[in-house]
Design a protein around this ligand. Structure first.
Ligand code: FMN
Ligand SMILES: CCCCCCC(=O)C(=O)O
Length: 381
């Protein structure tokens, strides 16, 4: 199946879609519908926003060099298997908490849209719906669980057990959020969703929270948890029967440590610039890490992917798959489940078209497809 049939469908239908197909322009549309608090939480980044800008600038620096006359198939197949999970294309939904900020149906709308397309969904510890609710909404579709490691060992073990029982097949341990980054947009509003009980669904439904007088205070004792070290990882291995992926890796040294500590994969990510201001662009970190550990670890990528061409660049620079962050939330804000469906279909369609126009019938062996531009045009418009 060609995902670019989406494009044909729009032309033949003769009807403009309700949400723009210009995914890079989605943010502007989403800004119109998000409440000031939701907008302040979702869109901006840490500090001056330098890391988020670097993420985008890096994508602009790399350019696709399409190849010709390569007998591209009319029927293309972008499917792949990543850590035992089959997916229709090397694309996943990044773990994102507090999705009810974007839309009342929150993660349920997102997981339903992803499931209908077979796109794996990664469930955040900071979600507004519990493991069990999300599993029910997602049915048999592929799903992974993202752990924010709580300070309580009991709660940690309970989360792992609940995730396993609810059919989450791989574990993503996020490492770059030992504490929350300095986020001026939220600080200036004195707004943190968790303190209003938003984003605590997994906690509040946990047996360890039963009968607790002040659940928010109890949660505040679980997070932040900056004291974790590499030597804690064997604990996870003992208690999680399945692949483990470390999210938030941007240094080669840490990628090598991840391999030495027996992890299965890493997500090269700077959390979309939401944590460290002035950090390295995730895309700039990717090729070095993929070269160094790509033969031992499954290297995945997020931070700054805004359209199908960006996904192609990350794949060509060594990622086995890319995770989509904010654009999914923008789709969610603009149209609930249908909005997420639209965003994912556009991404898949543009990914397929970009690959085909570049001479590829699948998403394998894309090395050499991008180069650093000798002359770079400025950011859009
Ligand atoms: C509103 C929001 C909430 C997020 N929550 C989480 C989370 O709970 N766990 C996590 O590992 N990453 C979380 N992230 C980070 C994403 O997984 C991903 O790394 C990031 O969005 C990628 O950057 P991009 O959106 O600029 O592409 C969140 C991101 C946003 C925008
Ligand atoms: C468990 C509390 C911290 C959640 C942070 C959510 C997140 O990753 C983000 O906002 O970014």
């Amino acid at each position: 199946m060609n995902f670019s049939d989406q494009q044909l469908g729009i032309y033949l239908g003769g009807k403009a879609p309700e949400i723009t197909t210009d995914l890079a322009g989605l943010e502007e549309h989403a800004r119109q519908v998000l409440s000031p608090e939701a907008l302040g939480y979702i869109v901006p980044s840490a500090g001056s926003g330098a890391t988020a800008r670097a993420n985008r600038a890096a994508f602009d620096r790399y350019r696709i060099v399409p190849r010709m006359l390569r007998g591209v198939a009319r029927e293309r197949d972008l499917s792949c298997e990543i850590l035992g999970t089959r997916m229709p294309a090397p694309l996943m939904v990044a773990p994102m908490g507090v999705q009810k900020l974007a839309h009342p149906e929150g993660e349920l709308a997102t997981v339903r849209a992803a499931a209908a397309l077979g796109v794996p969904y990664v469930h955040s510890t900071a979600a507004t719906h519990s493991f069990e609710e999300v599993a029910q909404a997602g049915g048999d579709a592929p799903r992974w669980y993202q752990l924010y490691w709580p300070t309580s060992e009991q709660v940690c073990l309970s989360f792992l057990a609940r995730a396993k029982a609810a059919g989450f097949s791989a574990l993503v341990l996020t490492l770059d959020t030992g504490l929350l980054g300095w986020r001026p947009a939220d600080l200036d509003r004195a707004f943190l969703p968790f303190l209003n009980g938003v984003g605590l669904a997994n906690y509040l439904t946990d047996p360890n929270f039963e009968g607790v007088d002040n659940p928010v205070l109890h949660w505040a004792q679980m997070f932040p948890n900056p004291g974790l070290s590499w030597d804690d990882l064997p604990f996870l291995r003992r208690h999680w029967d399945g692949p483990i992926v470390l999210k938030g890796i941007v240094s080669r040294e840490d990628a090598v440590l991840a391999a030495e500590y027996g992890m299965d994969g890493v997500i090269v990510s700077n959390h979309g610039g939401r944590q460290v201001d002035g950090g390295i662009a995730a895309l700039d970190a990717l090729p070095g890490i993929a070269d160094l550990v790509g033969d031992r670890l499954t290297v995945l990528f997020d931070s700054g992917v805004r359209n199908g061409a960006d996904a192609v660049k990350a794949l060509a620079l060594g990622a086995r798959a890319v995770l989509i962050g904010r654009p999914v939330l923008y789709g969610l804000a603009l149209g609930g489940q249908a909005g997420v469906d639209h965003v994912l279909r556009c991404l898949l369609g543009e990914l397929d078209i970009t690959l085909a126009l570049s001479g590829h019938s699948d998403a394998h062996d894309l090395r050499g497809l991008v180069s650093v531009a000798s002359s770079t045009v400025g950011p859009r418009d």
